[in-house]
Write a protein that binds this ligand. Structure first.
Ligand code: T1G
Length: 687
């Protein structure tokens, strides 16, 4: 729902807060596109509006927002400096104490300061599609305008603490069940306001004066400690909310505000806020802004394996018609079954309705005849990682598709220039590197060839954003941004295992930093054979950089190719219980060292982390030096979205700046000394 306010003062030049008084009723409209954030001029406007409705003696004031949403929060771009006056808590206290009671009339996403604003109003009514949340923790913050103290007084301590600590929004129906809403409506908000006023309930006691029941938050605390994975804000949000049970509103709010302001200066919050804006700017490259993306309706996917099926499912979820192509009918049926399994899972988990599942099935077809792709607007191949096979697919697609349509390869390592070389209409080819599982992972690396047109890039970015993905532009190199850094990461991990660290100690050290999986756990999960094939390719081409450790190769030769392999073993033993350390592997590693006469060194946990991070940061800087990534934030987005690098650390580049480049330089010197000739130094590390 979008609200267009029918006042003479609506439109781009309308005041940010507009007041229309009709008889004894006021309509106060916030108009601060795109999301009606509570910027300083909105806070001032609200104060002025408040005075006007009180002076006019209005019996009620309905507070609405124009555009696509009610207030989606405080203005994050203001958080870097001291907050300008008036401060939000004062504005909200004034609204709560106003002689004219306010009705918050909501639609869209009522988040953070938006929800705090609604809680300060006497009544709250909302369109049924509205969502409500306190997402501050996602920015390393807690609410700063009474949210942690008013919400428990309205919906109870446990529910409020959960909302504040996990940052996840709830639906209007749920929020109504919690007791957060006086009315849920479907349709015209003005009609809803009129009927609500006709049977106006007695003005309730101010939220801030209501008592709070105590609640046992022990289980919630344990849950949040686990899910926060090193991020500070969730537990602080929980504990601050819990103050509502024991402290008067004013005292709880004072502590909340101070904590909020302190957190604004924390490295975690700065990291998360930078990622918030970066994930929006990186996905909309400036040079493409003036280009209108071509519409995409029909998507063709070639290859119905795990990746192809995931991309197909993501495209169906975005409302596209999807044709899945395979080499024969049998493979097409297998691909179809994979897509169906994803739809069925989404349905079973309640993520989608029966109608949506049916619509997706109806929009999907699979087969072996490429002419079915003739009117596709984009084709994405996700076949075996072999340049000849991929070229053959591109040739067939280019024959049947219009030269205006996009043809993309989902290669992880191969050069899209070589896959499309010499084909007609070179501007339409590109790489679109999805991450597995593609229906869930948000990152997509967008790889232009030397000939890819800006029109193609603009359409590709818009298409990926439309799938709910985070597209990041990358130049061509082995592994693009993400996997190239991953290779450096694994290389240094292997060097430490070769020289004395246990692979399990390496994994544990990286957990300590906040990585969900260590490098060896990750290999077991994705399968050792992929990187093995890749190493063989690099060795054959003579492009392997420096020292070569072949312990993983030995595991592969023994059939230990990871969790999904027949042996159900890799670096770990997964036969009985997934992820069990295996003394056989440890013994093998020791024997490997002895055979090579390597004297076992000891690495502390800190040394393991610093040395791995030095390899990562060096590679990231090389990528920047070579122009493969357009900015340091692009690299941070790739590693936080695609590889599980903790968002509260901001990504490897932000982490490096915070840690201090001198410290990393020392660690880089140590890895150079450990494996001479194995590392090309980025400009910042050149001595
Ligand atoms: N402040 C400033 N800019 C914001 C903003 C905000 N709160 N929210 C969005 N934008 C910008 C965004 O950068 C982008 O700009 C444009 O709006 C559209 O956003 C005081 C401390 C609301 C669900 O964390 O979750 O309240 O790139 O592309 O996909 O106690 O934006 O176009 O120039 O994301 O439709 C709490 C954050 C703040 C909500 C809409 N609130 N926003 O999604 O559009 S802290 C949030 C969102 C706070 C108080 C506390 C989403 C959205 P540009 P978009 P969208």
């Amino acid at each position: 729902m979008t609200i267009a306010t029918a006042t003479p003062e609506s439109g781009p030049d309308a005041p940010v807060v507009n007041v229309v008084i009709t008889g004894s009723h006021a309509l106060v409209t916030i108009n601060n596109p795109p999301v009606n954030a509570l910027s300083v001029h909105v806070r001032k406007g609200l104060m002025d509006a408040l005075h006007r409705v009180n002076e006019a003696g209005c019996t009620t004031a309905a507070l609405v927002c124009s555009g696509r949403t009610f207030v989606a929060g405080g203005d994050i771009s203001e958080f870097a400096g001291p907050p300008p006056l008036p401060h939000l808590p004062d504005v909200l206290d004034a609204i709560e104490a106003s002689t004219t009671p306010f009705i918050a009339v909501m639609h869209g996403t009522v988040l953070g300061g938006g929800l705090e604003l609604a809680l300060a109003c006497a009544w709250r009514i909302a369109d049924e599609k509205t969502r409500f949340g306190l997402p501050e923790v996602n920015l390393g913050l807690i609410p700063g305008a009474g949210g942690t103290q008013r919400l428990p007084r309205v919906i109870g301590l446990e529910r409020a603490a959960r909302m504040a600590a996990n940052g996840k929004p709830v639906s209007a129906r749920t929020f109504e069940e919690f007791g957060g809403l006086d009315l849920v409506f479907d349709g015209d908000p003005m009609a809803a306001i009129a009927s609500f006023r006709d049977a106006l309930p007695a003005r309730p006691a101010n939220t801030s004066t209501r008592p709070v029941d105590d609640a046992d938050l022990t289980a919630l605390k344990a849950e949040i400690t686990k899910s926060a994975k090193g991020s500070n804000a969730p537990m602080i949000a929980l504990e601050t909310t819990a103050l509502a049970a024991t402290l008067p509103f004013a005292e709880g709010s004072r502590i909340e505000r101070q904590t909020h302001l302190d957190l604004r200066d924390s490295a975690q919050s700065r990291a998360l806020r930078r990622l918030f804006f970066a994930s929006r700017s990186v996905t909309r490259p400036a040079r493409l802004k003036a280009i209108e993306p071509a519409p995409v309706n029909h998507v063709a996917i070639v290859g119905g394996g795990l990746m192809g099926a995931g991309i197909a499912a993501a495209s169906l979820a975005a409302g596209h018609r999807v044709t899945l192509l395979e080499r024969d009918t049998e493979s097409a049926e297998a691909g179809q079954a994979r897509v169906e399994a994803i739809i069925a899972r989404d349905l079973a988990s309640g993520r989608i309705s029966d109608d949506k599942a049916e619509a997706r099935r109806a929009a999907f077809s699979a087969g072996a005849d490429y002419t079915a792709a003739a009117d596709a607007d984009i084709a994405i191949e996700a076949v075996f990682e072999d340049p000849d096979v991929k070229r053959a697919v591109f040739t067939k697609l280019a024959e049947v598709m219009s030269e205006e349509a996009l043809i993309a390869t989902n290669t992880s390592y191969l050069d899209p220039n070589l896959i499309s070389d010499g084909m007609p209409g070179p501007g339409r080819f590109l790489g679109l590197h999805f991450f597995s599982p593609a229906n869930i992972m948000k990152l997509v690396e967008v790889v232009g060839t030397a000939a890819t047109s800006d029109q193609t890039m603009a359409t590709a970015f818009a298409f990926a954003r439309g799938l709910g993905k985070i597209p990041v532009e990358t130049g061509v190199c082995d592994g693009f941004i993400g996997n190239r850094i991953l290779s450096a990461y694994r290389r240094q991990a292997d060097y430490m295992v070769a020289d004395g660290a246990s692979p399990y100690a390496v994994d544990e050290a990286m957990h300590g930093l906040g990585m969900p999986l260590g490098p060896y756990e990750l290999q077991d999960l994705t399968g050792l054979q992929i990187s093995w094939a890749n190493r063989k390719r690099q060795l054959a081409a003579g492009t392997w950089p420096g020292r070569y450790v072949d312990i993983a190769d030995k595991l592969c030769e023994l059939g230990r190719q990871g969790r999904g392999s027949a042996a159900r073993k890799g670096w770990y033993d997964h036969t009985e219980m997934a992820g069990t350390r295996d003394p056989e592997v440890e013994a093998m590693v020791v024997a490997w060292r002895v055979e090579r006469g390597i004297t076992q060194q000891t690495f502390t946990t800190d040394e393991i982390v610093m040395r791995i991070m030095a390899a990562i940061v060096n590679e990231a800087h090389l990528i920047l030096d070579e122009g493969i990534a357009t900015s340091d934030t692009a690299i941070d987005i790739v590693w936080t979205e695609g590889y599980g690098f903790p968002k509260h650390l901001g990504g490897p580049m932000f982490w490096a700046e915070e840690t201090g480049m001198d410290t990393i330089r020392d660690a880089f010197a140590a890895i150079e000394a450990q494996s001479p000739g194995s590392w090309k130094a980025a400009d910042v590390f050149k001595s």
